[in-house]
Design a protein around this ligand. Structure first.
Ligand code: NDP
Length: 296
């Protein structure tokens, strides 16, 4: 491996440490404890794992964690009533509705019913618009974590060629906005993109957010480029024993690491940064709600 490993796990621990310091100051100086409410509807196993780990880390940094686990058959009106209650609760500074929601619930309606000031996932249409127009907003956690790692590694990103593979509302599009905001020349690639290997080969920065195990091989990568692998894919791992699985990204790690200048691993890259940014966003929301200085 020739690439520098961008250690998201270690970086996330540093971010959480800063969040914990800020939370302690809010408590000591202002008697305020930031609170994060997480709403889970149904029993999707991956979502249950995410919600558990979000709750645990929220408490670890000294914040209040409020978890709402609702039945998969919950009616939309009941979910909206809960969100309304949380919107009006001064102890709750951040609200996250874990996605995906069961099919009978209108995801856009639900997300847009969250008070934008408490929308720590940054998915509310107001926050999307604010981000797109370069105004102060709540920034989606996964792309924010990617941007922080890129800035930390490169300093300025100005003028760099960036290719984002994937155009979802939760990763690809906001990632592209953030890179544009940092003056990259940005291309968004997707399933209809022609000559994807050639498009990727131009990039100084590749962000892969596709959901296809090891889709990007090393020979698509420009030598020295930085590869941020957002993908989390579980694949069979017969080498570990019968029925065993392992996590891989959207990039083929070993071949990409031979060519890239820097690369994030999966696991231990983007994933931990996502939760750290969620906690940071909650502190930011709490500071804004109370007219206090925001963390940097
Ligand atoms: P979506 O399924 O919403 O979007 C996937 C995108 O990839 C789409 O825009 C799709 O294009 C594009 N795509 C699919 N196939 C190809 C292809 N063959 N070539 C080029 N583009 C393709 O996924 P998400 O954005 O929600 O998530 C992407 C990955 O990131 C997943 O593995 C997910 O688990 C992971 N993830 C990780 C997080 C973390 O914390 N680390 C957080 C969120 C997601 P089109 O629009 O044309 O269909």
């Amino acid at each position: 491996m020739t690439a520098t490993l961008i250690d998201g796990k270690a970086f996330a621990a540093t971010v959480r440490g800063k969040v914990a310091e800020h939370v302690a100051r809010l408590k000591n100086d202002h008697g305020i404890t930031p609170g994060l409410a997480v709403v889970l509807v149904g029993e999707d196993p991956a979502s249950q794992v995410y919600v558990r780990s979000k709750g645990k880390m929220t408490v670890e940094v000294g914040m209040h964690s409020y978890e709402y686990k609702l039945d998969a058959a919950t009616e939309e009106a009941d979910l909206l009533a809960l969100i309304d209650k949380l919107n009006n609760d001064p102890e709750v500074h951040g609200i996250l509705v874990q996605l995906p929601l069961p099919k009978h619930l209108d995801e856009d309606l639900v997300i847009n019913s969250i008070d934008p000031a408490k929308d720590v996932d940054g998915f509310h249409i107001s926050n999307v618009g604010l981000l797109g127009t370069g105004q102060k907003s709540m920034v989606p956690c996964t792309p924010l974590g990617c941007l922080m790692m890129l800035r930390d590694h490169h300093g300025s990103l100005s003028g760099m060629d960036a290719v984002v593979i994937g155009r979802s509302n939760i990763v690809g599009k906001p990632m592209a906005q953030l890179l544009l905001g940092d003056s990259c020349t940005v291309t968004i690639a997707h399933s209809r993109t022609k000559d994807l290997p050639d498009v990727v080969k131009r990039a100084d920065i590749v962000v892969a957010a596709v959901g296809r195990p090891e889709m990007v091989p090393g020979d698509w990568i420009k030598p020295g480029a930085t590869v941020i692998d957002v993908g989390i894919n579980r694949i069979d791992a017969p080498e570990k024993g019968e029925g065993k699985t392992r996590l891989v990204g959207d990039c083929h790690f070993d071949s990409c690491a031979e060519v890239a200048g820097a690369i994030t691993p999966v696991p231990g890259g983007v994933g931990p940064m996502t939760i750290a940014c969620l906690l940071a966003n909650t502190v930011t929301a709490c500071c804004r709600a109370n007219g206090l200085a925001e963390p940097e």
